[in-house]
Write a protein that binds this ligand. Structure first.
Ligand code: C5P
Length: 243
């Protein structure tokens, strides 16, 4: 998944009910974007066929299943994901060092065993739908969101992961703290002039997220909920300086 041109940096979140819906979106976005994100909704409904559909159309796939389990189970899931040929996958950084190490090792071994490229392995830090109050009262973490995101990202790096998922609001601090090579993927993107924020709390415009130092922007409803998804995606690419 190259993060070269603006078009390569926008990953459309295929949060739809059925494979046919995802295929229609992919057909209409081919030529505008090159990457997509398949999460728990579509993968639960359609399974590996969703990954195949995207890859067949030339899209790189970020498999966003946010694994959070004991190390052996996560390692097995990462191996199965690598076998599908996904470019990027993620595990919850709050699952601990042993779990993240197992994920990183499994990705390396699977790539060697199957002769595929090693998927980029990310740690999910703090969901973009949580703010400081929810993090404290509901999750039991007293630190600020930014401090907790940085803490989890540092543990993810220690475990051998390649990057993390965080909100646009922590990107600058992450880039400063973890350096240029750390891959930063950010959801919670709402284009300038857009209407609502849906259930997202820690948000930013595409441009602000990129300027802060994000490598990839995950954009769902602003594209998939638009009356013309290709035009909505093209407008975001243009906002990022692409054509
Ligand atoms: O529709 P929207 O642009 O809000 O979609 C954001 C996508 O990013 C969703 O698929 C959601 O599951 C995902 N995501 C997130 N926050 C995270 C990790 C992933 O919103 N921390």
């Amino acid at each position: 998944m190259p993060a070269g041109s603006p078009a390569d940096r926008v990953l459309v979140a295929l949060d739809v009910e059925a494979l046919g819906d995802a295929e229609r979106l992919l057909d209409c976005l081919a030529g505008t974007l090159t990457g997509c994100k398949i999460g728990s909704q579509l993968f639960t409904a359609a399974g590996p066929r969703a990954v195949e559909a995207a890859r067949k159309r030339g899209f790189g796939v970020f498999l966003d299943l946010k694994y959070h389990d004991i190390p052996n189970t996560v390692a097995g899931a990462v191996r199965a994901a690598a076998r599908l040929g996904v470019s990027m996958l993620n595990v919850h950084a709050s699952g601990g060092l042993a779990m993240m190490r197992a994920a990183a090792d499994a990705a390396t071994k699977a790539a060697a065993d199957f002769g595929t490229a090693r998927p980029v392995c990310l740690g999910v830090t703090v969901l973009t739908s949580l703010d400081r109050t929810a993090l404290h009262r509901e999750v039991g973490v007293a630190a600020t969101v930014e401090a907790h995101v940085l803490h989890l990202a540092e543990r993810a790096r220690e475990a051998g992961l390649d990057g993390c998922v965080a909100s646009p609001q922590e990107v600058r601090a992450l880039r400063l703290g973890l350096g240029r090579d750390w891959v930063i993927v950010t959801p919670g993107i709402r284009p300038g002039g857009g209407e609502g924020t849906d259930d997202q709390v820690r948000i930013a415009t595409p441009c602000a997220a990129l300027v802060a130092g994000a490598d990839y922007l995950v954009v769902g409803r602003p594209i998939t909920g638009a009356s013309d998804p290709a035009a909505a995606a093209a407008a975001i690419v243009r906002e990022l300086g692409g054509s």
